[in-house]
Design a protein around this ligand. Structure first.
Ligand code: PRX
Length: 653
């Protein structure tokens, strides 16, 4: 193995899972020729997809590219809400459920496309009456409720740029994001339920508002079912949603948007530094989310589709709201958590709503593994026909568990690699035509050109390297709000400025399937071998006792770095010195002595972001004896302290 390789190639995976003949025969994409066709002319492919949507005026040019800047569908005019709503009012989709909401306390509400259209038009008029116009920024800080979707679409209807801040973020994170975008309106709610507790969002928002001078008005949604949560209403500034709606007209023609007009800003913190306001535009994002939803999720008109993300993340933007609504899908949206009131809440819901397509994150899948096989087994999951994964690499054993225990051994799994910045899915399998391999995301989506480069920018054919996207795609970010230089330096300065650098390591198999090896920032360097976190973590998760693992490099005088692993065990497994030595041995057997962890810390949980990603940076702080660099994005700070104590205890002895 060359020490110049960006990542060493450690994990071998040969299991293959083609779709069943029945699935393939009924699939939206049933001919692999789509890949060749799109590869020959990606711009023509995207144009073909764009033609499936309705435009108020056609584009003059499909793409114009002055690296690193790109424009798609130049001169084209549209409104994304027209494609999400109005377009369906002419068909039978009109009376179909657009959204089925379930609250934590099992309440449900259903809204058809027609009803959603009316609600959005009324709210668009309401926010217009508060002085919001095209190009203004609107911050949204809400729990998972139908009104969060209405708020997004109402902004898009009038051309205001929404900036959603996940409801679990602190007042400080909210005020930073409001101030950076100079939002003039905040839409929030009195509160919501989370694991049996009330999340008093308006109270949190009030703390943030004390630090914001740009906000002129606040709209407060009263949680429609159950007891309202008391909150403070500031006269003149704060307005109840239901009062505004009572007087609002349902007549609101969509604003004519240029294809390149901004649609939204979404802040992403990345691993370090000030959050970046990722800017997505209207035309390209519409086309990208529409095409990927249609082809990857294989949606049929009768499907119930459930993406378990929150609208506060890009997955919620693209694959709860904009993609599925453009496709006329029925979306299940859920306020609560997978483990409330019991650890089988998701499976109970899948059975009760007869969910057909289910999209979740590896962090959730690993939690389900930990909670035990008996929980999904208690429920009838036979309605499921397609499963998806997003957010982190899915370790092969987690993939196998998902396949067997949730997918009944038959559902294809789409492991979708993408980012807030890419707007839509970039690498995955098209479920009717591709053979899936656990741990491999699959092929670049048609029209996406991805490769693997080394540091010098040379293509890596057989081994590991840095993932690179070599051609623009419609749903890509256009800039970072207020900081175009940072856009150029973060994404287009690694190599040639026409090549997008996502910051992930990857390798490819002989058929061109990509495996994502983890963030380049997290790479380990042991005796000159660059080891991706995904492979060592997957070797640990492969052990029957392990639910979840995170590995990091610890400074080592001789090797440069040694590996420290933080692990959580499945229910029933016990923490002991024997378990630790078994796990070390298991890694040696799966990967080789090079990857043997020097220490294994077995704890109750791992530090994660609120979207469920493991924060290896904080584990590095522990190992290097630093105070935690930035814990504001941490979901549960007590987990971090617990692990620190365990680590210190271990290294004392
Ligand atoms: O490292 C990759 C990982 O998540 C990053 C993007 O995170 P974010 O912008 O929060 O978007 C998450 C939802 C799209 C990527 O750079 N990632 C995401 N999906 C996968 C993944 N890593 C491996 N496999 C995936 N399927």
């Amino acid at each position: 193995m060359s020490s110049k390789a960006v990542f060493d190639d450690l994990l071998q995976e040969e299991r293959e899972f083609p779709p069943s003949p029945e699935f393939a025969a009924a699939a939206v994409v049933s001919d692999k020729a789509i890949y060749d066709r799109a590869a020959k002319d990606p711009v023509a492919f995207w144009e073909e997809m764009a033609k499936e949507l309705e435009w108020f005026a056609p584009w003059k040019e499909v793409m114009s590219w002055t690296p690193p800047d790109v424009k798609w569908f130049t001169g084209g005019k549209l409104n994304l809400t027209h494609n999400c709503l109005d377009r369906h009012l002419k068909t039978a989709t009109r009376n179909k459920a657009a959204l089925i909401w379930e609250g934590e306390n099992f309440e449900t509400r259903t809204m058809t496309y027609q009803q959603l259209h009316t609600e959005v038009c009324k709210f668009a008029n309401a926010i217009r009456s508060l002085g919001v116009a095209k190009g203004d920024r609107v911050a949204i800080y809400m729990p998972m409720m139908i009104e969060a979707v209405v708020a997004m679409l109402a902004c898009a209807r009038i051309g205001a740029i929404h900036s959603i801040v996940f409801g679990g973020f602190s007042p400080e994170s909210l005020s930073d994001r409001i101030n950076d975008a100079e939002a003039k309106l905040l839409i929030t709610a009195d509160g919501g339920w989370r694991r049996g507790n009330v999340l008093r969002l308006k109270d949190e928002a009030d703390k943030a508002l004390a630090k914001c001078t740009c906000i002129e008005n606040v709209v407060v949604v009263k949680r429609p079912l159950g007891e309202p949560f008391p909150c403070h209403i500031k006269e003149g500034r704060d307005h109840w949603y239901h009062r505004l709606m009572a007087d609002a007209s349902p007549d609101c023609p969509p604003e004519t948007m240029d294809a390149e007009d901004p649609l939204y800003i979404l802040y992403t913190s990345g691993t370090t530094g000030k959050p970046k306001g990722i800017v997505h535009t209207t035309g390209g994002y519409s086309v990208g989310t529409y095409a990927t939803t249609k082809y990857v999720f294989d949606l049929k008109p009768e499907d119930v589709y459930w993406c378990t993300a929150d609208v506060g993340w890009v997955t919620g933007h693209s694959y709860i709201v904009y993609g599925p609504l453009q496709c006329g899908a029925t979306n299940l949206i859920f306020e609560g958590a997978p483990n409330w009131p019991e650890n089988d809440r998701f499976w109970e819901m899948v059975a009760r709503h007869r969910v057909n397509v289910f999209y979740t994150a590896p962090t959730a899948i690993r939690a389900f593994m930990k909670w035990g096989d008996d929980l999904p087994a208690k429920h009838d999951l036979s309605s499921l026909r397609l499963l998806g994964s997003v957010g982190e690499p899915i370790n092969p054993e987690a993939w196998m568990w998902y396949h067997e225990h949730i997918g009944g051994g038959t559902c294809p799994i789409v492991d979708t690699w993408w980012q807030t910045e890419t707007g839509g899915i970039m690498i995955t399998t098209l479920p009717g035509v591709c053979t899936a391999k656990p741990g491999y995301a699959g092929l670049p989506f048609p029209g996406i050109q991805a490769t693997i480069l080394n540091e010098a920018g040379e293509e890596v054919t057989g081994g590991t390297g840095l993932l690179a996207i070599t051609h623009p795609w419609p749903s890509m970010l256009r800039t970072i709000w207020g900081d175009h230089d940072r856009y150029v330096s973060t994404y287009f300065s690694k190599w040639d400025k026409s090549v997008y650098f996502p910051g992930d390591g990857a390798k490819r198999d002989a058929k061109g399937n990509f495996m994502i090896l983890g963030r380049v920032d997290d790479v380990l360097n042991v005796s000159g071998h660059r080891i991706g976190t995904m492979e060592v973590e997957s070797a640990l998760v492969d052990h029957p006792a392990v639910a979840e693992a995170a590995v990091i490099g610890k400074k080592h005088d001789i090797k440069g770095q040694s590996i420290v692993a933080f692990v959580t065990l499945k229910g029933g497994a016990t923490r002991s010195e024997k378990t630790e030595s078994d796990l070390k041995q298991h890694v040696v057997e799966k990967i080789g002595a090079i990857a043997r962890p020097e220490a294994i810390i077995i704890g109750g949980d791992l530090p994660k972001t609120r979207s469920g990603k493991i924060m290896r940076r904080l584990l590095r702080d522990i190992v290097e004896g630093r105070t935690a660099s930035d814990t504001t994005t941490l979901a549960d700070p007590s987990v971090f302290e617990e692990i620190r104590e365990m680590y210190e205890e271990k290294f004392k002895s």
